[in-house]
Design a binder for this molecule. Structure first.
Ligand SMILES: C[S@@+](CC[C@H](N)C(=O)[O-])C[C@H]1O[C@@H](n2cnc3c(N)ncnc32)[C@H](O)[C@@H]1O
Length: 222
């Protein structure tokens, strides 16, 4: 199916996710499984500084801080939605100054120094960015990570089974009519974004439950 691009801009993303708020955590089983994969494949036990782009309610950040990250690890979470930032600040309050949540201006240029982080995490955000913004954000993730740091991503993806392909086709059809109906996202392929001269793919898998597929990508910054 040919899909007319209907990428949402960050103003639209802000409005959509301000409205969704806490409902973001009422998520399909596929997404929960994909987040489980990220949580253990991302080697967070050995991380010192995590940068998360599009943190939503902060629930996953809290889970990593509580169960995976070392006691001294720093966490910076960015989001463009003031509602999400408020919820994430609440969720991360127990970790005080070492877990910060900042309201972003919607830009995919990261407000951090070169090589400041050893994990770049973003779940279900690349599937709502335009290809140009995705490419730029990945360049920025490369800049923000130190060599050996890990890119840890999850997003909706077309999947490989006939039912998941059919659902992805239907999803893209809805997205083409009005992207807001599907939260602005559409199935994408993450691994295609990671240039082999910059990233060594450690893990790439597709999780499919009830015909809905997510791609999980963990790649090392070279
Ligand atoms: C589908 S939600 C995913 C939230 C969270 N990562 C999760 O998996 O639960 C997408 C999130 O990305 C945020 N977002 C969208 N565009 C953004 C941008 N340009 N800059 C920062 N955050 C953005 C939204 O506000 C929203 O919280």
């Amino acid at each position: 199916m040919t899909v007319t691009p209907r990428y949402i801009d960050f103003h639209q993303a802000q409005r959509i996710y301000d409205r969704i708020g806490r409902w973001q955590d009422t998520r399909p089983l596929t997404e929960r499984r994909a987040m489980d994969e990220i949580a253990w494949r991302g080697d967070f036990f050995n991380a010192a500084a995590v940068l998360e782009f599009g943190c939503g309610t902060g629930r996953f950040a809290a889970r990593l801080l509580e169960t995976k990250l070392p006691a001294g690890a720093a966490y910076l979470a960015l989001d463009v939605s003031p509602t999400m930032v408020g919820l994430a600040r609440e969720a991360l309050a127990p970790w005080g100054g070492r877990a910060r949540v900042e309201l972003s201006d919607g830009s995919t240029t990261l407000p951090v120094a070169d090589g400041e982080y050893d994990r770049f995490l973003s779940t279900y955000v690349f599937d709502l960015l335009s290809p140009a913004d995705s490419a730029w954000l990945l360049d920025e993730a490369y800049r923000a990570l130190r060599p050996g740091g890990l890119l840890t991503l999850a997003s909706l993806t077309p999947g490989s089974t006939p039912p998941s392909r059919a659902l992805a086709g239907l999803w893209k059809g809805l997205w083409r009519i009005d992207p807001r109906v599907v939260g602005g996202c559409r199935p994408v392929e993450l691994a295609a974004l990671a240039a082999p001269e910059r990233w060594r793919v450690r893990d790439r898998l597709t999780v499919t439950k009830l015909a809905l597929s997510s791609e999980v990508l963990v790649a090392e910054r070279l």
